[in-house]
Design a binder for this molecule. Structure first.
Ligand SMILES: C=C(CC[C@@H](C)[C@H]1CC[C@H]2C3=CC[C@H]4[C@H](C)[C@@H](O)CC[C@]4(C)[C@H]3CC[C@]12C)C(C)C
Ligand SMILES: C[S@@+](CC[C@H](N)C(=O)[O-])C[C@H]1O[C@@H](n2cnc3c(N)ncnc32)[C@H](O)[C@@H]1O
Length: 359
């Protein structure tokens, strides 16, 4: 082999490896690369142990008796998955109906803007994002509405990521992020002009606890909108396939037990809200929310190879291979939940905290 052939072959090899490891599979907004996948706030050598603990806790969700332990395990879950989500999905950790002719990013943004449009806000309102993730929805909502958004998440690593993204987007004056438990928030009573939660309150063992807290911090007369993960009217608890799908979703998404859609308004009323509107946004004419998940299957195979190589090289923590495999399997359960129609991640409820009656 002459030196030119050798040089070309070597360049192709190096270029190919760079492309496979650094370029492939990065999220739409190019926020994360495969080589940056970590265990969040968990030390590299502890990732595998934390995954094993997570798995033994959430493996049998219906048998969880220790509801008070759930927030800690949810925190562990988000340490394990946050980088993989950002890398493989983007900065918004939720689904949206697919819209013909629009990209996933546009469809995601429209779903987020719909939430804040429902809140009927005055200019410069102060609103709460309960379970804000790394702030994809928060930034879209702040930019679209001009509102000041305060996000809360149980996961310290997400706070760090969200703050960095807010700064980069020039929205750090409008968006504040705090680490805390939405079941016991440190915000004052009657201090927000509106609130929303996107695919987050499903992590609460008791919905009344989080709805009660949101009710407390809202000013009288203001609105709260939530996109809830629920089982639908098609779910049958005596059908083994249905049970398998729902348990698969619970295990892979840190859920202490999915609720039925009928529970949501009941709980909202119980804590004092007036229910203004309720609708499953996944119902036709909406296009399937799960098609994005299904379309990505080949990319997930490639991602799995990539994560395995990175862990083998010692670049990614060892446990991420198991975490990735869990997500891979979960994607399939979520798709089956969507296709059978027994599950929706976008049961929308719009509630109002009643005005104080003058005597
Ligand atoms: C609301 C929640 C999270 C919803 C979604 C954002 C995530 C649910 C399942 C996740 C994923 C599954 C497969 C992964 C894939 C194997 C990997 O290669 C790249 C990332 C995934 C696509 C990942 C992305 C985020 C989800 C779609 C829950 C937790 C309440
Ligand atoms: C699936 S993510 C959705 C994030 C964000 N709403 C989005 O759409 O990008 C769920 C979020 O809820 C948060 N969460 C779950 N349980 C919580 C709790 N008890 N207190 C505060 N945040 C919580 C998680 O930390 C995570 O940020």
């Amino acid at each position: 082999m002459d030196s030119l052939t050798l040089f070309c072959t070597a360049s192709l090899l190096v270029g190919g490896v760079y492309w496979f490891v650094c370029v492939l599979g990065s999220a739409e907004q190019k926020g994360k690369h495969a080589v940056q996948i970590s265990g969040g706030s968990i030390a590299k050598e502890k990732v595998q142990d934390n995954y094993n603990q997570y798995w033994s806790f959430f493996r049998r969700p219906k048998e969880i008796e220790a509801a008070e332990k759930v927030p800690d395990f949810v925190d562990t879950f988000y340490n394990l998955v946050t980088d993989i989500y950002e890398w493989g999905w983007g900065q918004s950790f939720h689904f949206s109906p697919s819209i013909p002719g629009k990209s996933h990013r546009e469809a995601t943004r429209m779903h987020e803007e719909m939430a804040v449009d429902l809140l009927n806000l005055k200019p410069r309102a102060r609103i709460l994002d309960a379970g804000c993730g790394v702030g994809g929805p928060m930034r879209a909502i702040a930019a679209h509405s001009g509102a000041n958004v305060v996000g809360i998440t149980i996961n310290e690593y997400q706070v760090k990521r969200a703050k960095a993204h807010n700064k980069k987007a020039g929205l750090d004056k409008q968006c504040e992020v705090v680490c805390g438990n939405f079941l016991q928030m440190s915000f004052a009573d009657n201090s927000f002009d509106g609130a929303y939660s996107i695919e987050a309150t499903c992590h609460a063992p008791k919905l009344e606890e989080v709805y009660g807290e949101i009710y407390r911090v809202l000013k009288p007369g203001s609105l709260y909108v939530s996109y809830e993960w629920v089982t639908t009217e098609l779910y049958r608890g005596d059908d083994p396939e249905h049970v398998e799908i729902i348990q698969g979703i619970e295990r892979g998404d840190a859920l202490p037990g999915l609720r039925n859609y009928t529970d949501i308004a009941e709980v909202a009323k119980k804590v004092g809200f007036e229910v203004i509107k309720e609708k499953d946004l996944a119902k036709p004419p909406a296009n399937p929310w799960w098609s994005r998940l299904k379309m990505g299957r080949i990319a997930y195979w490639r991602n799995h190879i990539l994560v395995t190589i990175l862990a083998w090289l010692g670049i990614a923590p060892k446990g991420v291979v198991d975490v990735h495999e869990m997500l891979f399997i979960t994607a399939d359960y979520l798709t089956r939940g969507g296709e059978t129609g027994i599950f929706t991640p976008m049961h929308m409820i719009l509630c109002k905290k009643p005005e104080i009656k003058s005597s």
